[in-house]
Structures are given as structure tokens and as C-alpha cells.
Design a protein around this ligand. Structure first.
Ligand SMILES: C[S@@+](CC[C@H](N)C(=O)[O-])C[C@H]1O[C@@H](n2cnc3c(N)ncnc32)[C@H](O)[C@@H]1O
Length: 200
């Protein structure tokens, strides 16, 4: 499908479920690049994507992996999940909520988690539930990338997420604002809290 076709399809999904999709356009090339800059071409670890949307990130991730078996995607919207499963027929795409991640993944852990969830739209309880599941699904030396739209940071859900996430993960980096994205966003990268710190 052409880029404009993908944009229209995504916009349709987004208008149908504004409280879930939380975006108006697929991620820009620059946002994609920053989100997966820790997944070099030929990367041999396991990669989990959560919240697939238009599949822009899915496509970029799969291009970097030697084998589709290293990839798993989790998506809540059945239409998005099935359309992406048709598009990326060899990839494993699971229908379900990030709130049930460890059950969906049957305890499998991942070295990179690329997360595009609309954090600002979630209740505080759901943020906690998903963050706990992400911790369980990341390897000890793994990394979690997620982004927040600029305006989300000023909304109660966005501010709560930023406060909360540091209770679950250590911050590795925060990108400059990516102005080419619609809307502009920052990419946040996290790592699991070390065992020593958790015991302290
Ligand atoms: C902002 S969109 C992702 C945009 C994507 N990065 C792109 O470039 O098109 C968020 C996605 O997360 C999905 N989503 C929302 N809540 C979810 C949940 N609890 N578990 C899994 N996916 C969820 C939505 O259906 C939507 O596909």
C-alpha cells in the first residue's frame, strides 16, 4: 500500500477509536529512526513491539532483523492486528492488551521493547499494570523505548506517566524534540532497575 494509503487507513482507525489509538498520523521517519536506533541491522536479540498502529515501526524493525522469529508484536485493536498480520505474514502478531503482556508472551522475555502506547490516555491504574508487565517482559540488560507527544506531557495522564515510569525503570536517555513527527514527540529510553538498586 502507498504511503498516502497507509496514512488514510491509520487516520480511519484513529478516528474510529480515538481513546485507544491516540495518534493522527503514522510515526515519521525520524521518530522511527530514534525509536529503533538501539536495534542495528543484523541485530540478533529478541524484539517486542507494543501498540502497532500503522505498522510503520513494524516494517522498520523487521527490515533490521535477520529472522522474523526474533520479532513479536502485541496490538489491542483486532482490525489493526489482522491487517498487519496479512501484511507481515511471517511475523508473530498477538491480539491482546499490553496489560496482559506476560500471559500473552507466556513468560518470554525480550531484549528490546519498542512501545508506542498512548500513555496519556490511560488511567493511572492501567499505566501501573502495563508498566509492571513491561518490567516482567524485558531481559535484565534489555532496553525499552517509548515516545510521548509534546502536548501529552502537559496532560494529567502524561505527567503521571513520566512520574510513574521512573519507579519501574531507570532512564537511559531522552531525545531532543522530533519536530518532523505529527505531532512532535520525544523518545524516552529506559533500562530495568538493577537488582542492587531494587534491594536497596
Ligand atoms: C499511537 S498508535 C501507534 C502508532 C505507531 N507507532 C505508528 O507509527 O503508526 C497506538 C497503538 O496502540 C494500540 N493500543 C492502545 N492500547 C493498547 C493496549 N492496551 N495494548 C496494546 N495495544 C494498544 C492502539 O490500538 C494503536 O494501534
Amino acid at each position: 500500500m502507498s504511503k498516502s494509503g497507509q496514512f488514510l487507513k491509520f487516520l480511519f482507525h484513529s478516528l474510529r477509536r480515538p481513546g485507544r489509538v491516540g495518534a493522527i498520523a503514522p510515526s515519521s521517519a525520524q521518530l522511527v529512526e530514534v525509536m529503533i536506533s538501539n536495534i542495528p541491522r543484523g541485530y540478533t536479540g529478541r524484539v517486542l513491539e507494543v501498540g502497532l498502529g500503522s505498522g510503520t515501526l513494524t516494517d522498520a524493525i523487521l527490515r533490521r532483523l535477520p529472522s522474523e522469529t526474533q520479532y513479536c508484536g502485541v496490538e489491542l485493536d483486532p482490525r489493526i492486528a489482522s491487517s498487519l498480520q496479512n501484511r507481515f505474514s511471517q511475523a508473530r502478531i498477538l491480539l491482546g492488551s499490553a496489560a496482559d503482556l506476560s500471559q500473552l508472551l507466556q513468560g518470554q522475555k525480550y531484549d528490546r521493547i519498542v512501545c508506542s502506547l498512548p500513555w496519556g490516555l490511560f488511567s493511572s491504574a492501567l499505566q501501573d499494570q502495563i508498566l509492571r508487565e513491561l518490567v516482567k517482559s524485558l531481559t535484565e540488560k534489555g532496553e525499552l523505548s517509548s515516545y510521548l507527544y509534546l502536548q501529552t506531557v502537559w496532560l494529567p495522564g502524561g505527567a503521571t506517566f513520566l512520574r510513574k515510569v521512573l519507579g519501574y525503570f531507570d532512564s537511559l536517555s531522552i531525545s531532543p524534540i522530533i519536530w518532523s513527527n505529527l505531532p512532535p514527540a520525544r523518545v524516552y529510553r529506559f533500562q530495568p532497575k538493577s537488582v542492587v538498586k531494587l534491594k536497596a
